[in-house]
Design a protein around this ligand. Structure first.
Ligand SMILES: *[C@@H]1O[C@H](CO)[C@@H](O)[C@H](O)[C@H]1NC(C)=O
Ligand SMILES: *[C@@H]1O[C@H](CO)[C@@H](O)[C@H](O)[C@H]1NC(C)=O
Ligand SMILES: *[C@@H]1O[C@H](CO)[C@@H](O)[C@H](O)[C@H]1NC(C)=O
Ligand SMILES: *[C@@H]1O[C@H](CO)[C@@H](O)[C@H](O)[C@H]1NC(C)=O
Ligand SMILES: *[C@@H]1O[C@H](CO)[C@@H](O)[C@H](O)[C@H]1NC(C)=O
Ligand SMILES: *[C@@H]1O[C@H](CO)[C@@H](O)[C@H](O)[C@H]1NC(C)=O
Length: 504
């Protein structure tokens, strides 16, 4: 485009030169349909005379071919002499002008076209540039938003982390609070239980004090009377002895009298002694406790022998109460510690019990049945081996049926340290002794194992087996056995079976 523009400018500069160059003195000017010719004087080569006067006249050239004016000047006549040359020149100029005009037209068109295309190109370039800019901006925005998103995600993660941590803390607090509440509840219960017991004991003490106070007064009065009597009798005796001394002749009669009196005195002395005993030892309390747990609740905290009255009966039984193990209140029904008592006995012995509660004993199946079927009881079995290791088996629920069901065993809710599995035979197993075989074996387990027990097909346990001394090296089949603690090789030095209400 630049090249074309330069070309056009050069051409335009040439035009006046071309028009003027050929004829310096004449200047043609076209104005509309008219053309004008200026004839200028040449001042350089000629010096006009003093009297010469220049008259600049303007004369119209065309229409040149019309009827010629006769009164025209000489200059016009000269023109008329060579009309063909002038016309040719004019025509060529006109055509050149036209060419130029056309050319200019073309140039203009060309320029316009070029400008338009340039504009379009510019527009396109601008659009491209803008698109690129937009794209870049978009990319920037995208990366910025990605960055923001990442930051947001970070923040969210942190918030989530905080939240989860707070939740965990809350959970811990609530657990802690729960535990505290439970603890407080337990303490409150314990306090109310203790205060109940306290008031109960106070009442009892007051009643006993009143009763024994009255009894003591009566007994003291009686004793007074007897002592007075004794004194008078003694006086009589001494008096009689004096009489005896003075009269030895009447000896036989007196001796008889003396014997009689001595007799009376001895009787009286025994009576006085008895009275003293009565006044010293308080009358035995009426038994009203059904088991050791009730005795413990009434305030007795020492392990030892106590009397209990069996439920729904007037029968009282002396039992050993363990007031120490796991909070106490245990009624012991089997105990062995030195092998002094023979446990290889018949049905009747096991039914009624044998041994003394203070030492080795079996309380009796009837008693165990009455006790454990009157309410829910749990069973605790304590064992000690010859190395002194202690272990226990615990059953949340334990009872045995009556004799009509052969004292069938019911023990559930096993736990403890003497084996991971219960060593009892399965629930419902009947009791067998050497003279009553109720096991599920064609053999006689009670005879093989030498003791009364709940044998299935001879069970993995028998705490009523033979008590072998700790020194024996070979352990026979009929030894005391609690299989899932020590296998067949247990040599127990201590066994205790005891019950306590399940809701203790
Ligand atoms: C005008 O243009 C025509 C064709 O383009 C050319 O033949 C002619 O010589 C031109 N006239 C002049 C005076 O340049
Ligand atoms: C919470 O963030 C901390 C560090 O800031 C980290 O140790 C902990 O494991 C995170 N916890 C969870 C649940 O993401
Ligand atoms: C024997 O005692 C009776 C009375 O107790 C008396 O009467 C009697 O004289 C006594 N006999 C002698 C020999 O002292
Ligand atoms: C076994 O213990 C009881 C009471 O604890 C005791 O009277 C008895 O003498 C002891 N027997 C043996 C053989 O040690
Ligand atoms: C006591 O005996 C009555 C009637 O014989 C009976 O209904 C009740 O269940 C018995 N109670 C206990 C604890 O054995
Ligand atoms: C209890 O044992 C005897 C014999 O030992 C048997 O005859 C009776 O059927 C048994 N009772 C039950 C309920 O199994």
């Amino acid at each position: 485009m630049d090249r074309l523009l330069t070309l056009a400018l050069v051409y335009l500069a040439y035009l006046p030169a071309a028009a003027i160059g050929s004829e310096r003195q004449r200047h043609h000017v076209q104005h509309g349909p008219c053309s004008y010719t200026f004839v200028l004087p040449e001042v350089e080569h000629c010096r006009p005379q003093k009297d010469f006067q220049v008259t600049n006249t303007l004369q119209r050239d065309s229409p040149a071919e019309g009827e010629p004016d006769r009164s025209q000047s000489e200059q016009v006549k000269a023109q008329k002499e060579r009309p063909s040359w002038q016309e040719t020149k004019l025509e060529s100029l006109e055509s050149a002008m036209e060419n130029n005009t056309q050319w200019l037209q073309k140039l203009e068109n060309f320029i316009q076209e070029n400008v338009r295309s340039g504009m379009e190109e510019m527009k396109r370039t601008a659009v491209h540039t803008q698109t690129a800019a937009m794209l870049e901006m978009g990319t920037n925005l995208l990366s910025q938003s990605a960055e923001q998103t990442r930051k947001l995600t970070d923040v969210e993660t942190q918030v989530l982390n905080q939240t989860s941590r707070l939740e965990i803390q809350l959970l811990e607090y609530s657990l802690f609070t729960n535990r505290l509440e439970k603890h407080i509840l337990l303490q409150t219960q314990e306090i109310s239980r203790l205060s109940d017991k306290n008031s109960f004991l106070e009442q009892r003490l007051l009643a006993l004090e009143a009763r024994y106070g009255r009894e003591l007064q009566g007994l003291q009065g009686e004793k007074q009377q007897l002592q007075e009597l004794l004194e008078s009798q003694s006086q009589l005796v001494s008096q009689l002895q004096g009489e005896l001394g003075s009269s030895t002749l009447n000896s036989t009669l007196l001796q008889r009298q003396q014997a009689m009196l001595t007799d009376t005195v001895q009787q009286l002395l025994a009576m006085v002694k008895h009275c003293n005993e009565i006044s010293n030892v308080p009358a035995e309390e009426p038994v009203s406790f059904r088991d050791c747990a009730e005795i413990l609740r009434s305030g007795a905290t020492e392990s030892g022998i106590y009397s209990i009255r069996l439920p729904n009966s007037t029968q009282t039984v002396k039992v050993f109460c363990d007031m120490k193990t796991r909070g106490g209140g245990w009624t012991v029904f089997q105990h062995r510690h030195n092998g002094s008592l023979d446990f290889y006995r018949g049905w009747k012995d096991y039914k009624l019990g044998f041994g003394e509660p203070s030492g080795e004993h079996w309380l009796g199946n009837d008693i165990i049945h009455k006790l454990t079927s009157s309410q829910e009881y749990s069973l605790h079995i304590q064992l000690k081996d010859r190395e002194g290791n202690e272990a226990f088996s615990h059953y949340d629920r334990f009872y045995i049926d009556g004799e009509e069901s052969n004292y069938s065993l019911h023990a559930e809710g096993f736990s403890g340290t003497a084996g991971r599995t219960s060593s009892f035979a399965q629930t419902g197993t009947q009791f067998s002794t050497k003279d009553r075989d109720n096991d599920r074996c064609t053999c006689k387990c009670a005879q093989l194992a030498s003791g009364g027990w709940w044998f299935g097909a001879c069970s993995p346990s028998n705490l009523n087996g033979i008590y072998y001394p700790a020194s024996s090296s070979v352990i026979p089949y009929n030894a005391i056995k609690w299989y899932y603690w020590k296998g067949p090789n247990l040599v127990a030095t201590l066994t205790t079976m005891m019950v306590r209400p399940a809701n203790f």
